[in-house]
Design a protein around this ligand. Sequence first.
Ligand code: G3P
Length: 217
Amino acid sequence: MKFFVDTADLDEITKLNDVGLVDGVTTNPSLIAKTGRDFVSTVKEICDLIDGPVSAEVTATDYDGMIKEGRKLAKIADNVTVKVPLTENGIKACKTLSDEGTMVNVTLCFSAAQAILAAKAGATFISPFVGRLDDLSLDGLQLIEDIVNIYGNYEFDTQVLVASVRSPLHIVESGKLGADVITAPPKAIWQMFKHPLTDKGLEDFLADWKKTGQSIL
Ligand code: G3P
């Protein structure tokens, strides 16, 4: 199970990377806007820091514009993954860019039907948004199960990248379903460490160790 971090904040990426937890990064226009920084130079810095795929999203909505932007983004670094929305033009651009050897992440996927289109277009990643479906009282994780099953039936190479993750539970359930990748905001990944029994157990071990008067070094 690969861990991508869903942020364009370099400090946050660095902190998680220092613990060895970052296999890749996903950004989107909203996350770039949050940083207040230049898009291309931010993506370049992230690509220099992280070995794995770094998703950078096109903002054109027409096919020609997506291709021009996608080619420009792909030139930033070898590990750039061009992100395109799941629209007719996005799927067409996915096919063209994938045929050129560029990694493509098809984003804003909310149905299994859409996920099939992305796989047929040769996407490297499909990004179904679980949190935004849950927000509407729909079942985001059911969509993950459906896509994993369908892709498995046909041995599609497209990797299921669970996006719009809001909690450790989304990550654990995605793992149970066999999703290839999760992309989560840093907060959700840090929350995975937390368990009160770990804190209590450590406190007790250290108190007992102190009583022995010993030191390992
Ligand atoms: O990058 C796409 C995605 O993960 C968005 O998450 O929390 O804005 O629904 P969210």
